[in-house]
Design a protein around this ligand. Structure first.
Ligand code: NDP
Length: 253
């Protein structure tokens, strides 16, 4: 096989949670450009339809499953399987960060972060793997973060950091358990990326978020998408249980 053919996702069926904006939209576009049929899942029905229409206008096959992955994980995975006619790739991307000092974090805020970033990812993974194990395997790509490796500054976000560390260890645990079923489970851990979640242009964050990094800049979502395509594809056939850090060198220091 020629080397670039290993990255080809033609005929593959992929679900991207949080696929209507930010990193998730870039991942959906990247997977589609590599040949996959894609389903995007998120709560905002209008934005889901608008983003799907945008991707379709670029020539891609895109389905929408509207819902909340915290309360509706199984239905979302089943809906994607039905719309796509199967499921080979799951990108667990939906996530949230709350910046607040620990003494001020309410139980509800803690739960909101952990329920979405960690527990819903567990639920979609199990639901998808139940299907994949009976259909020749698959690839699960969890979106972790450098926040599982370093502690971000100047904002405090303990719930987010802990949830992403959980994502990385869950990735390894499920990789070990599901390898016999032909299911690979890996994580991609980005540094700062310009999205609604990360206000990278705000001056109060510049010193720590930008100047502290080796490349002295943030990324755009489309710079992370090729790594997700790679991990999802047969080019990464020997990769499972790995955390791929892509952070402009942030974690070097
Ligand atoms: P955004 O805030 O831009 O987008 C979040 C996405 O998740 C939206 O599509 C949103 O859609 C969806 N979402 C949120 N809550 C739910 C829910 N309960 N059910 C279903 N979908 C939901 O975030 P980013 O694109 O920045 O982040 C994407 C992932 O990348 C996250 O896991 C994040 O932690 C991670 N990451 C981001 C970094 C960054 O610097 N931006 C760095 C490292 C990791 P909707 O509101 O319509 O539901």
């Amino acid at each position: 096989m020629a080397v670039l053919d290993a990255f080809d996702l033609t005929g593959r069926k992929a679900l991207v949670t949080g696929g209507n904006r930010g990193l998730g939209l870039a991942f959906a576009r990247g997977l589609a450009e590599a040949g996959a049929s894609v389903a995007i899942a998120a709560r905002d029905a209008a934005l889901n339809e608008a983003s799907a229409a945008l991707l379709r206008s670029e020539g891609h096959t895109v389905h929408v499953v509207t819902g909340d992955v915290v309360t509706d994980a199984e239905r979302i995975v089943a809906g994607a399987e039905e719309a796509l006619g199967g499921l080979d790739v799951l990108v667990n991307n939906a996530g949230i960060a709350i910046h607040r000092p620990s003494f001020e974090v309410s139980d509800e805020e803690w739960r909101t972060v952990v329920d979405l970033n960690l527990t819903s990812l567990w639920k979609t993974s199990v639901a998808a793997a139940r299907h994949m194990k009976d259909h020749g395997g698959g690839s699960i790509v969890n979106i972790g973060s450098i926040s599982s490796i370093i502690v971000n500054r100047p904002q405090w976000q303990a719930s987010y950091n802990a949830s992403k560390a959980g994502v990385h260890q869950l990735t390894k645990s499920l990789a070990a358990e599901w390898a016999p079923h032909g299911i690979r489970v890996n994580a991609v851990a980005p540094g700062y990326v310009k999205t609604d979640m990360a206000p990278v242009d705000r001056p109060e964050f510049r010193a720590r978020w930008i100047e502290d990094s080796v490349q002295q800049r943030y990324a755009l979502p489309e710079e992370i998408a090729p790594t997700v395509v790679y991990v999802a594809s047969d080019a990464a056939a020997f990769m499972t249980g790995s955390v791929v850090v892509i952070d402009g060198g942030y974690t070097v220091y």
